[in-house]
Write a new protein. Structure first.
Length: 1058
């Protein structure tokens, strides 16, 4: 086998870093930790602790009269085990402060009528039954004063002895709720069956089909189902029925796990409409959910109706009109794609006709609700990184199911921030929850609609709650700025920039701030104008960072084509967008310090971090990276993740299929670990079954094995998200501690280059092919071929150095009489081929190598040519990094290789054939005399001092250009190694020449060579011995020749029968 040998590539790459580097220095690097790090705190600072302890209002739930709303509020206090959970009553038509209901901590609340609240109290013992209470409200409105006065809770009764949730009450007297039950759906026996399961004598979980685990739990025998019980008011007393009714068909589970809640079903006076996973298809590989309509009271199975077509994808948010004549839901067309466009579907229950009314509208519908008259729908939809409120009129029911014609166009009711959970109230009003990048959840009222939900006049929006007002008073939350730039394929791409307090352009006056790029997950997600308790840009800003978020290809809220475009292109278009967006920020925001930049991401954003780590040539120049629950190995993740349909869609098929494997391999960070060099923090939850914990451990192990500064933080009790307040505070501490580390750029450039390329060097040093060269196991043909490649690289590099030798960065180390390698390589090749320089350089093989080199060689040469031809002196300076990688390696590890090849190829002591590794001393010793090891050390020290002199205190060169370029040079070497391995595996020597001859015709202009006397004597003795054997054996003369031919024939015959 013959071609570029990876051991040869060791000569090209691994020898580039001095082998006298202590092995432990990689752990010391220039990346320094601050042992005294503390989070920035203060009364004017939105610190992680302040953010975590803010009240967290849920969605408002108004009574039918539309004058009062219940709002659940959760508030954590760090250091306490349990959060405080309260229910407030908000008066919607006055400015009275919300009133906290005198309820027991925890449990759910819901309206029984306009002045009565139902409350379910969870027992102190997890296995005790829940209790139902009512709280009456006295609501008084006067001209000058409004009061809401809750009465003491009154006990109604005990509910079935198993945890119940998602309560909804129908005026017909049915209380609907969900519970986890066994297949028999017997609520009364759940506790008994739980005990049997827990005490079954083993912990084994046995499966014959997927799902095995979902989100953060292994799937067991219990699933959620819907039930109802009578709850009636007789006089002033509420009473609960004794009989509980199951509302669903066998095999149906609602709410849909793992995130489904009360939004997965709705009730009228007579029916319940719900969504459930299609029981006929595998949940792990399908997203299909069906919609069903069932009576609130038990009846024949035939009364349960499926409303969907049965060929759709996921469905969500089913609702019923007030009169119960229409149902509506959101529906995705493609089964197996969880981020398909959600369309609004209407079902006329009396006509049995289903029709889509947003078929041609390029946004996804969510949070739908009917207006009181059933003629319009109010909903939310994402638009350009905001979640807006919309209204749409429902057209007349068509004669048959299908797409509604003509198309109906929704009308936007809001223009900014993010709206959630709308509820239509009497008087043309809409109650909704809203948040923004600088404001947590609060409750709002929109007014100005006509009764049917259309626009009567200009709408007005009023905030009716201020739950976090006290905590946020005194905090300055800067206004986020939206920016746009031209991304991949010319498409406009959006991003946000959030500045620290005081970093507004009018206040900067030339000051620059460190910057963090946050990359969202999904990948079909978006950085929206909304509040977050996990990745909150304002919290990062208050720690002193300019925060940049970009919504690249694959993001939602920018049209379905933009979302779909990431499929089978995970590492393509999105990263072109990120690169162009990052450049846009650095070019247009002078307060951003690109030399103090870090990046962080979670989920797909964590994958993005690993993919950026794998591409130093993209020149992001991040000083540190953070990967939270990200993908390391795309192929493995396709087998290990819980929802297999996700991989199958995003990569074009299962990981074992040709198409799926191709896309996964193409964008797999695990394939490019040899290129990693940036310090990185890894965070992972042990209960993350979406992206298994081994993904994070693999990243950490890869970084550690390459000597790259790294840290891993494991949360054994967290899933894909870190949700527990104490854990979240620790998460923030570790994140900010990590990005507060820095590189000490006061150190000399020679030291920075050595310590910043250790990982890249080590990856090549330990390769199998490198070891072959170090052991002298390469064929001479392979070595000669490698030398030709090396000649090409040095020829381009040294031409560039000569052209720009007056560049102040290059001048101190430019000494061709000492360093020139091109002529020495040429001399070695000429000697090894026993030909002339003109002969081998004009040979068809060499010319072919020049015109169509392997990809790694091609790209490396192209990079050197690009730097040499550039008009930018900074690019010329980057040649120093390549020269450092080449010459320092030749001066160090190259000396070891010299000894190996001299022995392997029986080269003369004079240095012929190995002069590439020989250097003169600094004192320019006699011609032909090579420097000793002591003198080589002096040459290396001179070179280091020259580098330090040329770069001096130029921080831009240190921080970006040279360190980056040196790692890029090693990456070119890594790719060259792969070329070598491929050539050795796939190319037979006989393809080029018979036997063991060198591949070139050496008959032209033979070069005169001298041989040692001992070799000549050995040849003469061998000839004499052969002549003696022929004479003694009688094989001379005419008869001797015939005798010899007979022996040869016999030998051939014997060989044929052996």
């Amino acid at each position: 086998m013959w071609g570029l040998n990876a051991g040869l590539a060791w000569l090209f790459a691994s020898t580039q870093l001095p082998l006298d580097l202590p092995a432990t220095e990689s752990a010391l690097r220039a990346f320094r930790a601050r042992p005294d790090f503390k989070l920035i705190e203060g009364e004017h600072v939105l610190s992680p602790k302040t953010m975590l302890e803010l009240p967290r209002p849920g969605n408002g739930m108004a009574n039918e009269a539309g004058d009062l709303s219940l709002v659940p509020v959760t508030q954590h206090t760090l250091g306490k085990t349990h959060a405080k959970k309260s229910i407030y009553v908000v008066a919607l038509q006055s400015s009275v402060k919300p009133i906290e209901l005198p309820l027991f901590d925890g449990g759910e609340a819901f309206w029984l009528d306009d002045r009565t609240v139902g409350h379910v109290r969870s027992g102190a013992n997890p296995k005790s039954a829940q209790e139902l209470y009512t709280v009456s409200l006295e609501y008084s409105t006067e001209t000058t004063h409004t009061t809401v006065t809750p009465q003491s809770p009154i006990h109604v009764g005990t509910l079935p002895n198993t945890p119940l949730s998602n309560f909804k009450y129908s005026k017909s007297g049915a209380l609907v709720f969900s519970a986890y039950v066994y297949p028999d759906r017997n609520l009364s026996s759940v506790r008994e069956q739980d005990e049997e399961w827990e005490n079954r004598g083993n912990s084994a979980l046995v499966y014959d089909e997927n799902f095995v685990r979902h989100w953060d739990e292994y799937r067991g025998p219990k699933h959620q189902a819907l039930f109802s019980v009578d709850l009636l008011k007789k006089g002033n007393k509420w009473t609960i029925g004794e009989k509980v009714f199951s509302l669903q068909l066998p095999g149906h589970s609602t709410p849909v796990e793992p995130f489904g809640g009360a939004e997965d079903f709705d009730i009228s006076d007579t029916h319940v409409v719900y969504t459930t996973k299609d029981p006929q298809v595998g949940e792990a590989t399908h997203t299909r959910q069906n919609i069903y309509l069932a009576p609130l009271r038990p009846g024949p199975v035939s009364l349960v109706r499926e409303l969907t077509s049965g060929i759709q994808g996921a469905t969500h948010n089913p609702v019923l009109s007030k009169n119960g004549k229409k149902a509506a839901w959101t529906e995705m067309e493609r089964d197996g794609y969880e981020s398909d466009r959600s369309k609004l579907v209407i079902y006329d229950i009396e006509a049995g006709v289903r029709f889509t009314i947003t078929e041609d509208w390029d946004q996804s519908v969510a949070d739908i609700t009917f207006t009181p008259d059933g003629k319009s729908i109010i909903f939310t939809a994402g638009h350009n990184a905001k979640i807006l409120l919309y209204t749409i009129s429902i057209p007349h029911t068509p004669r048959r199911s299908g797409k509604c014609m003509p198309a109906v166009i929704p009308i936007a009711l809001t223009t900014e921030h993010s709206a959630f959970s709308p509820q239509v109230l009497p008087g043309g009003r809409v109650l909704f929850t809203s948040s923004s990048l600088n404001s947590p959840n609060e409750i709002y009222i929109l007014s100005g609609l006509s009764m049917d939900g259309s626009l009567a006049h200009k709408v007005e929006i009023k905030r009716v709650s201020k739950f976090a007002e006290d905590e946020l008073s005194g905090l300055y939350l800067t206004e986020p700025e939206s920016f746009w730039f031209k991304g991949a394929k010319g498409r406009k791409v959006q991003g946000w920039i959030v500045r620290p307090p005081g970093a507004e352009p009018k206040n900067t006056k030339g000051k620059k701030w460190p910057v963090v790029l946050l990359i969202h997950g999904g990948p079909q997600g978006a950085w929206e104008d909304s509040w977050s308790t996990r990745w909150n840009p304002q919290v990062f800003a208050h720690q002193g960072y300019v925060v940049v978020t970009i919504n690249p290809t694959g993001s939602t809220t920018f049209g379905q084509e933009f979302t779909d475009a990431i499929a089978e292109d995970w590492g393509g278009r999105p990263f072109e967008d990120l690169r162009k967006g990052w450049k846009h920020v650095l070019d247009n925001y002078e307060e951003v310090d690109g030399d103090r930049a870090v990046a962080a991401g979670a989920s797909w954003g964590g994958y993005a971090i690993n993919w950026i780590q794998s591409h130093p040539e993209w020149n992001f120049n991040f000083k540190a990276l953070i990967c939270h629950d990200g993908v390391f190995n795309t192929v493995y993740n396709g087998f290990a993740t819980d929802e297999l349909y996700f991989f199958n869609h995003d990569f074009g098929g299962p990981p074992w299929s040709a198409r799926g494997r191709k896309a996964a391999d193409r964008f797999n960070p695990a394939n490019l670990v040899a290129k990693w060099s940036t310090p990185q923090l890894i965070i992972h939850g042990s209960r993350d079954y979406r992206l298994a914990e081994t993904e994070g451990l693999s990243v950490f192990n890869a970084l550690q094995s390459r000597g790259i500064p790294s840290r891993i933080v494991i949360f054994p009790d967290e899933n894909h998200w870190v949700l527990k307040p104490g854990n979240s505070l620790k998460w923030h501490h570790e994140v900010f501690r990590w990005i507060d580390q820095d590189i000490d750029y006061t150190r000399p450039i020679s030291t920075l280059l050595r310590t910043s390329t250790t990982g890249a060097h080590d990856a090549i040093h330990h390769s199998e092919l490198a070891n072959r060269l170090m052991k002298g196991e390469l064929l001479k043909e392979e070595y000669i071929y490698f030398m030709m490649i090396l000649w090409r690289v040095y020829n381009v590099l040294e031409n560039g150095l000569e052209t720009h030798s007056t560049n102040p960065v290059l001048a101190p180390t430019y000494r061709p009489a000492l360093l020139d390698r091109t002529s020495r390589i040429s001399s070695d090749i000429t000697y090894l081929l026993n030909t002339t320089e003109n002969s081998w350089q004009s040979s068809p093989f060499f010319l072919s190598l020049l015109s169509t080199p392997p990809p790694g060689v091609r790209d490396y040469v192209a990079r050197l040519q690009q730097l040499g031809a550039s008009r930018d002196p900074m690019d010329h300076s980057r040649l120093l990094a390549h020269a450092y990688v080449r010459y320092m390696g030749d001066l160090s590890g190259g000396q070891i290789i010299r000894n190996k090849i001299v022995k392997a190829y029986d080269l003369p002591d004079s240095g012929a054939g190995a002069s590439f590794y020989d250097f003169k001393s600094l004192e320019n010793s006699r011609p032909g005399e090579k420097a000793s090891q002591v003198e080589l050390s002096k040459v290396k020290e001179w070179y280091r001092q020259g580098m330090n002199e040329g770069v001096a205190d130029n921080m831009i060169l240190k921080a970006e250009a040279l360190i980056q370029e040196a790692n890029l040079a090693f990456d070119c070497n890594r790719r060259l190694f792969q070329d070598v391995a491929d050539a050795i595996k796939n190319t037979e020597l006989s393809d080029y020449a018979p036997g063991s001859r060198i591949i070139f015709d050496t008959s032209q202009e033979p070069q005169e060579r001298t041989y040692p006397v001992s070799s000549v004597i050995a040849v003469v003795m061998a000839l004499a011995l052969a002549h003696f054997i022929l004479v003694v054996g009688g094989f001379t003369g005419a008869r001797g020749t015939e005798k010899l031919e007979g022996v040869m024939l016999w030998l051939r015959g014997a060989a044929g029968h052996s």
